[in-house]
Ligand binder design. Structure first.
Ligand code: SF4
Ligand code: F3S
Ligand code: FES
Length: 253
């Protein structure tokens, strides 16, 4: 690693912007966010960047490094090609507010469209019992830090603003999958068909399982294999279930 890095940082706002080049000192063991902070301290005090924990847990410092969605605080300088300029840009799928800060409110709107866990009416808290494999599945999905890197990288919306209304994105389809596979969720009894909403409201059919979301997840959640593919299978199984088919034919469902 060199003791100086060349950073090409996108500077601008919603009306447009440009790349600015900076030479920044690099010390042993540093991550990209350390250099962004050094840049703010020495050369660009007005550079806007969002961060909070510097430990890969708050999900705030999402940006793109050399065109790849990453957490600034979890990307070691030693993992990047030495002696080459490092390009830092805001998340591409979301509108820029300023510099490296984007407006991710799309994700909060999508989160509000997924009804939460519906408790079983015949059990009180404390009486819930689940198989360990069901607990493990939920816990894997619950590791999500809401960095939205998966939402940013998915090709369905990355360059297709027009798809956003119809597609919730991997993070929220994973949430629907978690709840649909939850053995105690009482959605059906409450008249909520999570499989139907996955397909018709949240755009599950747009996902063609390219797995880019899984590749960028900093929590190594197997979004595609453990959430999206099982949810697709459950939707298809139900569609071709002979009893469901018969019920539809005679108007019972
Ligand atoms: Fe980030 Fe992974 Fe959660 Fe997506 S699923 S928002 S990539 S932590
Ligand atoms: Fe997109 Fe992930 Fe599906 S990247 S296409 S949601 S597998
Ligand atoms: Fe919290 Fe990077 S600053 S995840």
């Amino acid at each position: 690693m060199t003791d100086q890095a060349t950073f090409r940082v996108w500077r601008g706002d919603s009306t447009g912007g440009r790349f600015e080049s900076y030479q920044v000192e690099v010390h042993e063991g540093e991550v990209v966010l350390d250099l962004v902070h050094r840049l703010q301290a020495t050369q660009a005090p007005d550079l806007a960047v969002r961060w909070n924990c510097k430990a890969g847990k708050c999900g705030s410092c999402s940006a793109e490094i050399n065109g790849r969605p990453r957490l600034l605080c979890m990307t070691r300088m030693s993992a990047l090609p030495p002696d080459e300029p490092i390009t830092i840009t805001p998340l591409r799928a979301f509108p820029v507010i300023r510099d490296l800060v984007t407006d991710v409110s799309f994700n909060y709107a999508k989160a509000r469209e997924v009804p939460g866990f519906i408790p079983p009416p015949d059990l009180k808290p404390g009486e819930y019992r689940m198989q360990q494999e069901d607990v493990d599945r939920s816990q894997e999905f619950r590791k999500c830090i809401e960095c939205f890197l998966c939402q940013d990288t998915c090709h369905v919306v990355r360059d297709h603003e027009e798809n956003k209304a119809a597609f919730a994105g991997p993070r929220f389809l994973m949430r629907v999958a978690e709840l649909d596979m939850h053995p105690l969720d009482a959605a059906t009894e409450a008249g909520l068909d999570r499989k139907a909403t996955a397909q018709e409201q949240h755009g599950l059919g747009y996902c063609n399982i390219t797995k880019c979301c899984t590749e960028v997840c900093p929590e190594q959640i197997k979004i595609t294999d453990n959430a999206l593919i099982p949810l697709k299978e459950r939707v298809v199984d139900r569609k071709y279930d002979p009893l469901v088919w018969l019920g539809n034919r005679i108007g019972l469902r």
